[in-house]
Design a protein around this ligand. Structure first.
Ligand code: SF4
Length: 428
């Protein structure tokens, strides 16, 4: 079997860069083939190809369509796998298909809300969220037991290298803390590395590393998402058309004046910073980026090296009034040794142990502080914490007029612990 470059890099603790392939509705995908060909042909090319699954909530080729071509060229696929648009049987079937194709690396996601489809918007379906997909993958490592007539059978064991996603750029305390609590749950059920959501506030990105260190999870490999946006893509993110992205006006204004070379330079600067700050790797992407653009970013990042520190302000686009976990340090980043800027007592909601199906009568309300049923108030009917899609003001990815129910769960947990007033929960 060909070398798994992701597994090797993590084992050797060697900084790596993966290239993101964004699959869309067109099965021909010539620009994607070109990126893979270029990476394979270039001796210094990027060896890990990260392949999206139904990005933006639209119909698209699944990563299964590309993994064989990536493997044939000696490259390593990292297949994203979202729980949307298919129930647990379908998700399990997709994992068997990935295993059969030899794709060992899987990034588990809940998935964006449905947007468009043939004759309208697809029905929402979220039988398994990211936590449950990770739990399923963990179970497949030793084989899943099932009934076959009168006998018990077991699937062949397959050792997937599973990753989780977290959004460290959330603006408000409830969204941010629920992301971190849910990340801990993902790690507990088998995630072996973590990829961040894209973002443009280095202080917040580095706080994730500082937080995991502080919580005794500093050994978990962290992969930073380095995404090079155009002004058009940034405006789409700002408008919520690409869920969960935090894009302040200052960044959009800057992008509107920038050339492509300047945008690539910021990507290189961020890559240099992530490497210097101890991230395990970076996930490189951007609308219309060719492999030569990505390689140019990698080369330029090497030239920049530790000199990024003198230009850290170019990587700082904070959301006005955004919440940070730690006080600001002297270098513009947070001081991870300082006191938490969140309540000293911040009890996490106790939903964490909930790994089964929640039916009516099999109630989660006691775990959620009785703030409301997520089977009703969460568009994705999630039971293990929020998706990453909430907007900067804490409203739901799908309905800007309604708060993400998991904000209320967080504040409910605080209220139960006596560190937040009940009125604040009802105002949220
Ligand atoms: S309520 Fe929250 S977790 Fe549910 S879909 Fe909306 S943003 Fe996601």
């Amino acid at each position: 079997m060909a070398e798994n470059h992701l597994r090797s890099a993590l084992q050797r603790r060697q900084f790596f860069v993966s290239a993101e392939l964004v699959l869309n509705r067109d099965h021909t995908a010539p620009e994607l083939e070109a990126l893979v060909e270029a990476a394979a042909a270039e001796p210094r090319g990027l060896r890990i190809i990260s392949i999206t699954d139904l990005p933006g909530g639209n119909p698209a080729l699944p990563p299964e369509a590309l993994v064989a071509g990536v493997l044939e060229r000696g490259l390593t696929p990292l297949a994203h796998l979202s729980g949307k648009d298919g129930n647990r049987s379908f998700v399990e079937a997709r994992l068997h298909a990935l295993a059969r194709a030899g794709a060992e690396n899987v990034l588990a996601l809940t998935g964006d809300a449905q947007r468009s489809g043939f004759l309208g918007r697809g029905q929402p379906g979220y039988d398994l969220d990211s936590v449950l997909i990770l739990h399923l993958i963990e179970s497949l490592r030793s084989g899943l037991e099932y009934r076959l007539g009168k006998r018990t059978a077991r699937t062949s064991a397959f050792d997937f290298l599973a990753g989780a996603v977290v959004n460290p750029y959330k603006v408000r305390e409830p969204d941010l803390m629920m992301q971190l609590h849910k990340l801990e749950l993902k790690l507990a059920v088998g995630a072996r590395f973590v990829v961040t959501q894209l973002g443009y506030d280095l202080r917040k990105l580095y706080e994730l590393e500082q937080y995991l260190d502080r919580e005794g999870l500093g050994e978990v490999p962290l992969v930073a998402n380095v995404y090079v946006p155009t002004a058009t893509v940034a405006r789409m993110m700002q408008a919520g058309e690409i869920a969960g992205c935090v894009v302040p006006d200052a960044l959009v204004a800057r992008l509107e004046k920038e050339t492509k070379a300047e945008r690539l330079e910021r990507g290189a600067l961020m890559l240099a910073a992530c490497r210097d700050l101890g991230f395990s790797g970076a996930h490189l992407g951007g609308f219309g980026l060719a492999h030569r653009d990505m390689l140019g970013i990698v080369d330029r990042a090497e030239e920049i090296g530790a000199a990024w520190r003198a230009r850290a302000d170019e990587l700082s686009f904070p959301w006005p009034g955004g919440k940070y976990l730690f006080p600001e340090g002297t270098d513009g980043l947070s001081d991870g040794s300082g006191p938490y800027q969140i309540p000293a007592e911040h009890p996490s909601p106790t939903w964490g142990a909930r790994l089964g199906r929640a039916d009516c009568g099999d109630c989660l309300q006691d775990h959620l502080g009785f703030v409301g049923c997520t089977m009703r108030w969460c568009y994705k009917t999630l039971r293990n914490g929020p998706c990453g899609g909430s907007r900067p003001d804490g409203s739901c990815e799908v309905d800007a007029g309604r708060p993400c129910i998991w904000n209320r769960v967080y504040l409910g947990a605080l209220a139960a612990g006596g560190t937040r007033a009940d009125e604040e929960v009802s105002r949220c």
